[in-house]
Design a protein around this ligand. Structure first.
Ligand code: ZN
Length: 354
């Protein structure tokens, strides 16, 4: 009851103490600074021993606080069980929130300060706001795990499968300040890249006659998307300095539109392709996302190659296709590269040509 009162009721401090602190206003400051310095020193020693012995921070903290060997052994058994029960991601969440040793030293110390030197004694030590914050703090992690974790997992999977090309792999190793600057400059940069792509397409269109490869004239350029043909042909600003590759991507996406104009042939085309090339992959990057889409892509890639070759010549077209076969739809590009005649025969059988 006494404990409850001192936490949740207005504080009653002895009159001599109140008088003492009022006449010596430096005392709270001295106590606060000394306490925090002591905590910092003890934290440093805990952290350095934990790195030294390598049993993990929590175990070492128990060890250096309790100085008891059996206790450490028991803690290690508990840890082994804990590691078996929970996956690393869950443990990371928990550790980030509850594993911080500063929390167990600094927060109680701050509360002790507030108790000894109340700003307003009529206020309870633990008020409504504090209690709500504390509850939220404790509940936050389980909530993250239960609600956010599956969502994060889903989004991460989506990103890896379909938007991995947005990642700049080397960025993780850049200094933090460069990463922040890059994030701030990225929108401006992507606008500049979109403009560069527009200029490139205009240049290509002026240089070559693309009329027969242009089934749709409505073309969007958008940073961060995957090149796609429907509902509106949309290109990302990839290959801004390599006209041959950019042209190949352009003809590829128009190739989807060519297929779209032969709806009646699709069933026969699909049967033809599956019979000729059994075992094509579904998943990106070997395939294009689904088994059916992968098979139709064999035809699109065949059209892409034929179109590109007509515009830039045999050698340059082959160079581009070989490069693309290392970028995406890898197995599909390789299959077409190795079986050109068979792919062309199928295209011809179904009347698919530019
Ligand atoms: Zn495609």
């Amino acid at each position: 009851m006494l404990l409850y009162d001192s936490f949740f009721k207005p504080r009653k401090l002895p009159t001599w103490w109140t008088r003492f602190t009022e006449s010596n206003p430096a005392v709270p400051t001295i106590v606060a600074v000394t306490g925090l310095v002591l905590i910092c020193f003890s934290l440093a020693s805990i952290i350095s021993t934990s790195e030294h012995n390598g049993h993990g921070q929590v175990i070492e903290t128990f060890g250096s606080v309790s100085k008891s060997k059996p206790f450490v052994e028991r803690a290690m058994n508990l840890r082994a069980a804990y590691h078996k029960l929970f996956p690393a991601e869950v443990r990371n969440f928990l550790f980030n929130l509850y594993g911080n040793i500063a929390l167990y030293l600094i927060v109680p110390f701050l509360m002790l300060l507030e108790f000894m030197f109340p700003c307003n004694p009529s206020q309870p030590l633990i008020g409504k706001g504090f209690l709500q914050d504390a509850i939220w703090y404790v509940v936050d992690t389980p909530l993250c795990i239960v609600i956010l974790y599956p969502v994060i997992g889903f989004l991460r999977g989506l990103f890896i499968q379909h938007m991995g090309f947005l990642t700049i792999d080397s960025a993780a190793s850049w200094p933090a300040i460069i990463q922040i600057l890059a994030a701030l400059l990225l929108p401006a940069l992507s606008r500049a890249k979109e403009q560069a792509k527009r200029t490139q397409l205009e240049r290509i269109a002026a240089q070559y006659n693309l009329k027969k490869f242009t089934l749709t004239k409505e073309i969007l350029i958008e940073q961060g998307v995957m090149n796609h043909s429907k509902p509106v042909l949309t290109l990302n600003p990839g290959f801004p300095f390599n006209d041959d590759r950019a042209l190949s991507v352009y003809i590829h996406e128009q190739g989807h539109w060519l297929l779209g104009e032969h709806q009646n042939e699709m069933r026969g085309l699909y049967q033809d392709l599956t019979r000729t090339f059994p075992g094509m992959p579904a998943n990106y990057p070997e395939g294009s996302g689904s088994i059916q889409d992968s098979y139709f892509h064999l035809a699109v890639i065949g059209l892409e190659w034929n179109g590109l070759e007509e515009v830039v010549g045999e050698q340059r077209a082959r160079t581009v296709l070989e490069f693309l076969s290392t970028q995406w739809y890898t197995v599909l590009y390789k299959t077409v590269l190795e079986n050109r005649q068979r792919v062309n025969d199928i295209l011809q059988r179904h009347g698919l040509r530019w």
